[in-house]
Design a protein around this ligand. Sequence first.
Ligand SMILES: *Cc1c(COP(=O)(O)O)cnc(C)c1O
Length: 458
Amino acid sequence: MNKLDVPYKIYLDEKEIPSSWYNVRADMKTKPAPLIHPGTLKPMTFEDMRPVFCDELIKQELDNDTAYIKIPDEILNFYKMYRPSPLTHAVFLEEALGTPAHIFYKFEGNNTSGSHKLNSAIAQAYYAKKQGLKGVTTETGAGQWGTALAMACSFFKLGCKVYMVKVSYEQKPFRREVMRTYGASVTPSPSMETEIGRKINAEHPNTTGSLGCAISEAVEVAASTEGYRYVLGSVLNQVLLHQSIIGLETKAACDKYGIKPDVIIGCAGGGSNLGGLISPFMGEKLRGEADYQIIAVEPASCPSFTRGKFAYDFCDTGKVCPMAKMYTLGHDFIPSANHAGGLRYHGMSSILSQLYHDGLMEARSVEQTSVFEAAEMFARVEGILPAPESAHAIRAAIDEALKCKQTGEEKTIIFGLTGTGYFDMVAYEKYNDHVMTDYIPTDEDLAKGFAGIPNINL
Ligand SMILES: *Cc1c(COP(=O)(O)O)cnc(C)c1O
């Protein structure tokens, strides 16, 4: 069955956990556009960002040049609780598909929070603690980021205040309780605790909230509470930097067994897991040392890359955050209720947006029902119940493997399996009951979101 001489699961040794993160910006010829101040339209400076973000994290955010940034020992020690994560040779999936392709997946769901988000949560909590802060605020949509941050804050004894999109707060009570068990306070958003929350509630009395709204609330509270800062689980450059641990471990495992990927696939919400997974490979591509086909997979219901505009836009509904140049559907865009909560953000990492714009990676969108078909097949043959977000990558990997079956090509495909789906059983229930729908926004729907994108040409 196993056509390659590699173990089913490749576990690196604890000592082989990379000791530095890799900053792909250092090798990019066209750097990602800087965050700009919405008032002055000037690039955000260190001083501009200090009221909201932790000092060391701002430095990482602004650093386009240092290729390797050492991981502090305290963070490495925490990583050892659940890293290195396995790179698995999906032999059962290959067999089920009857494909000549070799399929591998890097599994990031082996920790209580159930996703890759802990890789950045622990780093951000560490730098907040080191700066002597009392706590951090954040938003969470589906709940994975909030859970990861709650775990990280409890480890470093930091306060943690989470604004959770109201619809998720109500539909995912167990996620909320995991966060509270780790000591976080969880508030449904929009709340009546903040100015922006009160405003949004007054304008839209029955709103169930959105990520963009929750971000505005968390930022407002961080900026107005002494000893608090705001942290974000995706999109930002610093988050992609921390997530590079995924790609560095993947590369080390590949090198150890002589595996040469042809295709690398990841799901894309704000871009952090994909950015992390591809970083070292993209580095080789940018330096002209190797070539890879890199594919971002997004939901057809929230198609930032495949149908969005590359423009400066606000990162949040309340327009309290700096603006980023990215592929965006517009900060007012509210995607239809799809079941991959972690992929519903209107924008995309500036780093990935630039790489995509420069033709260094591709993107495709997939429909929800076909994503769950892939999830179900994967669960049945490989055993892991995937998060709906992760299943977008599974879908594309299966499609690539089936193409190989047609052409007879023996490609090596690696995809990121970002997490587990135990808290997503309402979505699985819809799929199992055949009542899941595939909503795809029309051009008119998208035009409404595009209308809100400010006209900035820098
Ligand atoms: C948050 C999340 C994602 C999407 O976020 P990115 O920043 O695009 O990686 C994907 N999978 C899981 C399991 C998540 O929790």
